[in-house]
Design a protein around this ligand. Structure first.
Ligand SMILES: O=C(O)CCC(=O)C(=O)O
Ligand SMILES: [Fe+2]
Length: 349
């Protein structure tokens, strides 16, 4: 058992010994609710991507001027997170990198997913990076099940990997081992942290142990959409945490419509055309259009309920809820939710 000021956790179980054994991989996934591999992905390729991503972030003013982008030394005055206009602006520049999309298609990761699923698979078009500032811990990703965000089907797998080393203080992912065994989507509630939804843990969940590790570049976690997980807080003095969490599904299974769009495009309508503008090759552009996956509508009820809770909490003066609502107003003042948020923040409601 490892202890930091805020967390207690057990080391993640490493499944390197079972890499080629599909049956054993599925058995472990059924027990633990995750699979963890050391250096499943090529660390050099991830380091090259790290340089590219952080160079864009430096250009966007997120890193201390004159520092090596590889060090990821954040300018604390630039702190922002998902939902903030300032975050989307720089994030979407990172999002245009061809290499950031391509890395999700490498055989080392896609092959592993196919072995686990036992079917041909594809990465979701919506790739995701997390660019998490230090000294900003109230925005840490709370405990949740991915299904509330990504939906589609229950076989989808999330693959989380840091882009660079990610020791505990940088705030890597922690898994609630075995928590997928509840076999249902649990209630989630408003939280300020990334994703804005915090799972309501039942008696069974509270008995379970958190598993995490000091991640090294290339290490990869794979888990299904009901496993509860969260990020540890980035308690470093000045380092950005950079990670990928891409999703994979068997070809032919349903996919939720928003997973066909660029991540966070609801905030500024970034299109695939925008993303592809400077790409050198076309093979990964619109690749999913050649594959048959039934598209199902996005279920907004989880986030809508969180919004309603934030409204109630903001009325009672909760600073996190007020901060959350203020983002809606800043982002798109004419939207229905922004108007409701403004009324609450101005005290007219
Ligand atoms: O990296 C994070 O903070 C959150 C990632 C996450 O929740 C996921 O990979 O599903
Ligand atoms: Fe997640």
């Amino acid at each position: 058992m490892q202890t930091t000021a805020e967390q207690q956790w057990t080391e993640l179980r490493v499944s390197d010994d079972a890499r080629d054994d599909a049956e054993e991989l599925r058995r472990r996934l059924a027990v633990d609710g995750y699979l963890f591999f050391k250096r499943l992905q090529d660390p050099d390729r991830l380091r090259a991507l790290r340089r590219e991503m952080l160079t864009v972030m430096q250009g966007g003013g997120w890193l201390v001027k004159g520092t090596d982008p590889m060090d990821g030394i954040a300018d604390l005055d630039a702190r922002c997170t998902e939902g903030d206009v300032e975050y989307t602006t720089v994030y979407h520049e990172v999002y245009k990198l061809e290499s950031f999309h391509r890395i999700a298609h490498e055989p080392e990761i896609l092959g592993m997913v196919e072995r686990i699923l036992g079917r041909p698979a594809m990465p979701h078009p919506q790739k995701i990076a997390r660019l998490w500032f230090p000294q900003y811990t109230e925005h840490t990703t709370p405990a949740h099940q991915d299904f509330v965000h990504f939906q589609g089907n229950f076989q989808t797998l999330t693959c989380w990997a840091p882009v660079g080393d990610c020791p505990r203080e940088l705030g890597g992912l922690a898994m609630l081992a075995g928590s997928h065994r509840t076999e249902k989507v649990l209630d989630h509630h408003f939280s300020l942290g990334a994703g804005a939804l915090d799972v309501e843990m039942g008696k069974e969940e509270r008995k379970r142990a958190w598993h995490s590790t000091d991640y090294e570049c290339g290490d990869t976690l794979i888990f299904p959409p009901l496993t509860i997980h969260k990020a540890l807080p980035n308690v470093t003095e000045d380092r950005l945490r950079v990670s990928l969490d891409n999703r994979y599904q068997a070809i032919g299974d349903p996919i939720a419509e928003h997973m066909l769009l660029p991540h966070l495009n609801i905030f500024n309508e970034l299109t695939w055309e925008d993303v592809y503008r400077d790409w050198e090759s076309e093979d990964l552009q619109y690749y999913w259009r050649k594959l048959e996956n039934p598209v199902v509508p996005r279920d907004m009820s989880y986030l809508d309920r969180g919004f309603e809770e934030a409204v109630e909490q903001a009325k009672a003066g909760d600073p996190h809820a007020r901060h959350y609502l203020a983002r809606f107003v800043k982002r798109d003042p004419e939207s229905e939710q922004a108007r409701a948020a403004a009324r609450v923040l101005e005290g007219d409601d």
